[in-house]
Design a protein around this ligand. Sequence first.
Ligand SMILES: [Ca+2]
Length: 199
Amino acid sequence: MMKKLNTTTLAIACAVGSIASANAAISILDGFEGSLGNWSVSGGLTSLYTYGGSGTNWAPTGTGAVLIPSTNGEQALTLTNALDLSTATTATISYDWVNGSGASQPTRFFIAQYSADGGSNWTNLGSQHNGNITSNSQTITTGLTANSLFRVVDLSAGGTQNMYLDNMLITSDAVAVPEPTTTALLGLGGLALILRRRK
Ligand SMILES: [Ca+2]
C-alpha cells in the first residue's frame, strides 16, 4: 500500500515539472552595469564604460554601457555562448545607443548579425543603420539552429564621437524540453493507470 502511494506522488511531480518547462522561453537582458554579462567584445578598443557624471551627453540606462570608440576598423559585441534555438519559431535582438556629443553621427554605421553555426559565418539582420538612431530591433523566423549566436558590428570607417551601446536583449520562444506537452500527458496517463490499478 505504501509503495503504491509513493509511485503516485512521483508521477504527479513529473507531470508538474514538464508543464513548467513548456513556459521557459529565452529572455537575456544585459545592461552592462559593471559587467559585460553574456557578451564579449572584439576589435579596436570596444570595452565596458562607466559614466562618471560629466563631459558626455549620457542617455543609456544606468551608468554602465559598452563604449565603441571613434576608431577605424571593425568592432563587435558578440553573445559569448551559442543558444539552442532548434525549437524556436522566432528570435529577436534589440538594443539602444547614443553618441557621445548628441550631435548627428552619419559616418558611424552599425548592423546586427546572426550566425547559425556558432560564429563561423554571419548573415545581416536588416540594413546598416547610422549613429543618429537611438534603438534597433531585428527579428528572424527561419534558419534558427542549436548553435545560434548574435552580434552587433560597427562597420564605420572612423568617426569623431564615441558611441555607447546598452540594453542588449535577446528573446525567443525556444524551450528547454522539445516536446513538454507530450511528456506531461504521458505523466498524467501513468498516474491514471496507477489509480485504476489501486481500485
Ligand atoms: Ca546600462
